[in-house]
Design a protein around this ligand. Structure first.
Ligand code: NCD
Ligand code: ZN
Ligand code: ZN
Length: 344
């Protein structure tokens, strides 16, 4: 039986939501990951240091006793973000980074930034104080095809921002295209990228396999096979710019299986197994630790986790769903399927 031991990984992109859902999903992430970047797209969004500190307490209260897990908080940028509150929140260790949601690009982004020049003063303050900018990298316009959103964001928002603020560190979250991979390589050192399990496992055919598949729907939407292959090569390359970020995005089943279904794939329970499948298929298990446990902390200027974890190549059936009391199930990525790796 093959065994694999590596430093405990971190997840550089998670959605925990709040309330009853938070209480069910935090333990899933805390079981496998040492730290996680927590996205701020709640209702209402986490826009101030005080809100982030209170949210962090609710997350910590949901961590099972005995688990060692640290949530890293982010500030939801709006047209009205208070740069002083953001910078002082960062200095006090409340904020690790700030998140740019272009308005209407994704789940709960209606309060997002309407135009990048609205936050130029805030970006200048972040550059000076060393606060990383995390981006949902899509330009959303009626006349822009949904499959071209990432490339247009790179051309019209990302590249001009990198140029205007040369000291600003940026993460392009959940990259999905070869354009994403290329721009990250072109700005090595100051531009990083997270890659989700679903964008490594599936191409856009998965959305329509035998019918409409709402559990395969996330944003950015799955792309063509040629993009998936470039993403797999990037993730498994060992290059420091690419790191693990699941984008685990829980939505109740009835809100996904609907006439207008929510975007997001819940992967917290099976993400490590999903990534391990990809690395095994690419003959790159020796580079898994870089992607999962080393590149992310190095980018954020944090030490890697001391603790190690061991996985064994022992098949098991992944759980179908997590049940939220009184609310219903949240369907898991790979739910009900056989996965090759188990935690030892
Ligand atoms: C995320 C969510 O549900 O919050 N959904 C998704 O499809 N990825 C938002 C996001 O990360 O864009
Ligand atoms: Zn996003
Ligand atoms: Zn996300």
């Amino acid at each position: 039986m093959k065994t694999l031991t590596f430093r405990r990984p971190d997840d550089w992109h998670v959605h925990f939501r709040d309330g009853a859902v938070l209480r069910q999903v935090v333990p899933a992430t805390a079981r496998d990951f040492g730290r996680a970047i927590v996205m701020p797209n709640l209702v209402p969004p986490v826009t101030t240091a005080a809100m982030a500190a209170a949210y962090r307490e609710r997350i910590v209260a949901a961590v099972p006793s005995g688990a060692r897990f640290t949530p890293l908080m982010t500030c939801y940028l709006t047209d009205g973000t208070d740069a002083d509150d953001l910078v002082s929140g960062h200095a006090r260790g409340i904020f690790t980074a700030a998140k740019l949601y272009p308005a209407h690009a994704t789940t709960n982004s209606q309060h997002g930034v309407s135009s990048i020049d609205k936050i130029h003063p805030v970006l200048g303050a972040m550059e000076k104080a060393g606060v990383p900018l995390l981006t949902h990298g899509e330009l959303v316009r009626k006349d822009v095809d949904i499959f071209d959103r990432e490339r247009l964001f790179i051309d019209r928002v990302l590249e001009p921002t990198l140029k205007r603020f040369p000291g600003l560190k940026v993460v392009m979250e959940h990259i999905t295209t070869k354009d994403g991979v290329e721009v990250v390589r072109a700005h090595r050192g100051r531009l990083g990228a997270t890659i989700t399990p679903q964008h490594l496992l599936y191409n856009r055919n998965a959305l329509f396999e035998g019918g409409l598949r709402p559990h395969m729907y996330c944003l950015p939407v799955l792309k063509r096979e040629e993009h998936r292959l470039v993403l797999r090569a990037a993730a498994t390359s060992g290059e420091a710019s690419f790191f693990l970020g699941t984008d685990t995005a829980p939505h109740l089943r009835h809100l996904k299986e609907a006439a207008c279904g929510c975007a997001g794939v819940f992967s917290a329970l099976t993400a490590v197994q999903a990534y391990l499948r990809v690395f095994a298929e690419e003959n790159a298990l020796d580079r898994f630790e870089s992607f999962a446990s080393l590149n992310g902390p190095a980018f954020y200027g944090l030490p890697p986790n001391e603790e190690t974890v061991t996985y064994v190549e022992k098949p098991s059936v992944a759980p179908e769903a997590v049940e939220v009391p009184d609310e219903g199930p949240i369907v898991c990525l790979l739910g009900g399927e056989t996965v090759e790796w188990s935690r030892a």
